[in-house]
Design a protein around this ligand. Structure first.
Ligand SMILES: *Cc1c(COP(=O)(O)O)cnc(C)c1O
Length: 388
């Protein structure tokens, strides 16, 4: 089956007595009934396909995990109550006192603070490396490194990292590679098939796609994820069946949505590329993007994220931002609605000019999550907002 078909049919649990339902119902039950002590014993011995308690496993959640494993090409996927919960569970399971995690400096803010501020309390060191350093991946791995964590494309410049090169260096050194694949999603960038050990995604974004669920997912081998599943029982950031149901429904149209996000974003990026009010348009699908050759090699579509740098800096960017009408001012990304944010007020807030320059971020940047509207309406909206 192709991915788009798998997304619709995989994992569905549809037998409810004599008349099967077409879709997986919401098993809104925190617990499940056993007929006998022997049944409980069989469950505890791992000889039963039944369920005990929804913090451990729930049929609706398991059905959606099967869909996610299919789309990621993974042996197993695990759902969590947020992307951050997925990251926390991965890091706290893979690492222990005295270990080091190497992380790209160009990383999601929540991941950065988790590694920089939180893990040191447990004796786990984080070391942050630049994109230039990550381009020579063998050199970033030290004697105590257990995990290398990175993203591609990165926020908000959409710079790309050679994913396979980092994965190979990690395999050779016996280090676990983890990609936060939230921006690309596996249909555009199947990181596990590129040699990456573990894929993490905020399912809040493209996977659900409708801006109405908070969830996270980890995908990889059973060997890596079975211990994480045990940790999830203890740390408890399980996803509830209701949001899991909504996510499963969203996943059925992921292939359609991603194709349209890719088309729309490329359309907007091309239409604005030579706009006189812009310093630059950042989109990995444009030949002018510094990492276009890497993106072309490892992505089958370039995603729905576009960043524009408005001439005139902060004041001009804020004015343009305020004038947008179709495109809404909101954090997050990956939904059917186009939204925009100002990196200097969101992902990169509080950074001084030097730190901003290091991150390649300018005060004139507006980050666009291109949705599923008619792309000409988005171009018109941006043109009227950019007009002097
Ligand atoms: C949103 C996001 C996260 C965190 O996910 P939540 O669902 O908000 O917890 C992690 N990484 C990236 C790249 C994100 O965009």
């Amino acid at each position: 089956m192709r991915k788009s078909t798998e997304l619709i049919h995989t994992g569905e649990r549809t037998t409810a007595g004599a008349t099967p339902s077409l879709t997986t119902p919401i098993y809104a039950s925190s617990t499940f009934i056993f007929e006998s002590a022997a049944e409980v014993q069989a469950y505890q011995d791992g000889r039963s396909s039944g369920y005990l308690y929804s913090r451990y496993d729930n049929p609706t959640v398991v059905a959606v995990e099967a869909k996610l494993a299919a789309v990621d090409g993974a042996e197993r996927s695990l759902l969590f109550s947020s992307g951050q919960a997925a990251s926390t569970h991965a890091l706290l399971t893979l690492l222990r006192q005295g270990d080091e995690v190497v992380c790209s400096a160009a990383i999601y803010g929540g991941t950065y603070h988790l590694i920089a501020d939180w893990l040191p309390r447990f004796g786990i060191e984080g070391r942050f490396v630049s994109l230039d350093e990550l381009a020579r991946p063998a050199s970033v791995i030290g004697p105590r490194t257990r995990v290398v964590w990175f993203e591609s494309p990165i926020n908000p410049t959409l710079r790309c990292v050679d994913v396979a090169a980092v994965a190979v260096a990690c395999r050779q050194a016996g280090v676990v590679s983890v990609v936060d694949n939230t921006f690309a999603c596996p249909l555009n960038q199947p990181v596990l098939s590129m040699g990456v050990d573990l894929s993490m995604q905020s399912a809040t974004k493209y996977l659900n796609g409708h801006s109405d669920v908070t969830a996270g997912v980890l995908s990889g081998t059973r060997a890596l994820l079975d211990p994480v599943a045990k940790a999830r029982r203890l740390m408890g950031a399980t996803l509830d069946p209701q949001p899991a149901y909504a996510l499963g429904r969203g996943l059925k149209t992921l292939a359609l949505r991603v194709a349209r996000h890719n088309e729309n974003a490329l359309h907007v990026a091309r239409a604005l590329e030579s706009h006189p009010s812009l310093v630059r348009v950042y989109y990995p699908g444009l030949e002018s993007h510094p990492d276009h050759p890497i993106a072309r090699r490892q992505m089958t579509g370039f995603g729905g994220m576009v960043t524009i740098d408005v001439r005139g800096g902060r004041e001009a960017a804020f004015r343009t931002f305020d004038r947008l009408q179709v495109i809404k001012r909101a954090a997050s990304l990956g939904g059917v609605e186009s939204i925009c944010s100002l990196p200097v007020l969101t992902s990169h807030t509080g950074l001084d000019d030097q730190a901003l320059a290091r991150a390649g971020v300018s005060a004139g940047m507006i980050r666009l999550s291109i949705g599923l509207e008619d792309p000409e309406d988005l171009v018109e909206d941006l043109r009227q907002a950019l007009a002097n």
